[in-house]
Write a protein that binds this ligand. Structure first.
Ligand code: NDP
Length: 341
């Protein structure tokens, strides 16, 4: 029997049990590519899955983790060969399909994106689904026609993972960014990422008016609920908000006023089932459009055994920026050896 280490979620009478376990390779699911996982990350959804706070997991036992980067070990898919460096975000990993917090993963080759030239597998997971989603949101705002001359943008949940990357990416594109945070102590951090202005979360959690003062040309919202409703009421004529998160709630207590009186657009951002061409574009853009110094500033490295505690912290809004999870145990297992030292 050949086993590998994995974070396994099992169902029990009281709910679920999560532990670092030895997983039998024979129990991996069908797939045409086997990957030696080097790095993963902790996203908000991973927090929901591991704490059981939301019904993310649909199959038991489950290996948690929605994101991985690593090296192809074997493949019967003509597109991939042993030694290829790959990224996988979403596609049901850690939900319906055995996931990323494991030394090995067997997946469908169609789900994979090639690691951009010059990007390490560690950087790819420091970015992770959170960062890839932030780039999808930035691209959506650009496609809407927003440019730095259109006016400032707002990013909510700014000190979180999606928020931190969104601040860094949008400021690099030349936008003036207002960062909204519930953690004013992170103001200097957000300024180092490029934010021009910091506002307290509570400025966006008051009673929602159909229309407020026109403050921003657009925004990236990771919070949802009253926060998104307030943001919409303050968007300038013909602006747009890319909505990608629900950290504050799934509801949206808004009116049609911003849409029919100011022509505001609400752009929905999904990263999980995104077609491959969009994924490749986002990853290509992340290679050049996200300063590595800023990525390092927002990233904290943890080990596989630390993931369970990190999951609790992320759903409580205590994680700043991004967590990258070191999966490979031996230095020789890393394609990017310098990062493993
Ligand atoms: P993080 O926990 O890293 O960031 C979320 C941030 O939201 C927190 O850091 C905090 O920022 C803020 N926040 C947390 N709780 C509340 C609250 N109750 N009210 C208002 N603000 C709150 O998570 P991620 O960045 O990984 O994910 C952010 C959201 O985006 C999640 O809802 C996630 O599910 C979603 N997401 C969606 C994707 C998609 O495909 N659409 C892909 C990736 C993520 P601060 O302290 O600065 O206020």
């Amino acid at each position: 029997m050949s086993t590998f280490k994995a974070i396994v979620i099992e169902k029990n009478d009281g709910g679920q049990n999560v532990r670092l376990a030895d997983f039998d390779e024979a129990n991996l699911m069908d797939g045409d590519v086997t990957i030696r996982v080097e790095w993963s990350t902790v996203n908000y959804k991973d927090g929901l899955a591991i704490t059981g706070k939301a019904p993310v997991v649909r199959r038991w036992p489950m290996i948690a983790g929605v994101d991985l980067a690593g090296t192809v070990e074997s493949s019967s898919n003509p597109e991939w060969k042993p030694g290829d460096k790959v990224i996988l975000n979403g596609w049901g990993l850690g939900e319906t399909y055995l996931g990323a917090y494991a030394e090995k993963a067997r997946v469908k080759g169609d789900w994979l994106v090639r690691l951009p030239q010059g990007m390490s597998t560690r950087d790819a997971m420091a970015i992770g689904t959170a960062g890839y989603t932030a780039m999808l949101a930035a691209i959506a705002l650009e496609r809407h026609g927003l440019q730095p001359t259109s006016g400032p943008l707002v990013v909510t949940g700014a000190a979180g993972g999606v928020g931190s990357v969104a601040v860094a990416v949008l400021t690099k594109l030349g936008f003036a960014v207002t960062a909204s945070t519930g953690r004013p102590q992170e103001a200097d951090y957000l300024k180092r990422l490029g934010a021009a202005e910091i506002i307290e979360r509570k400025e966006l959690t008051g009673q929602v008016r159909p229309l407020g003062k026109e403050r921003w040309a657009g925004g990236v919202d990771t919070v949802g609920s009253i926060t998104l409703a307030n943001v919409l009421s303050m968007i300038r004529y013909r602006g747009a908000v890319a909505a990608c998160g629900l950290a504050g709630g799934m509801d949206l207590p808004t009116t049609v006023a911003p849409f029919i009186l100011r022509g505001v657009s609400l752009l929905g951002i999904d990263s999980v089932s995104r077609p491959r061409a969009d994924r490749e574009e986002a990853w290509r853009r992340l290679q050049s459009g996200l300063d590595r110094a800023k990525l390092a500033e927002m990233t904290t490295e943890i080990g596989l055994a630390d993931v369970i505690e990190a999951a609790r912290q992320i759903v409580e809004g205590q994680v700043r920026g991004r967590l990258v999870v070191r999966i490979a145990r031996r230095r020789s297992d890393f394609s990017d050896k310098a990062a493993a030292i």
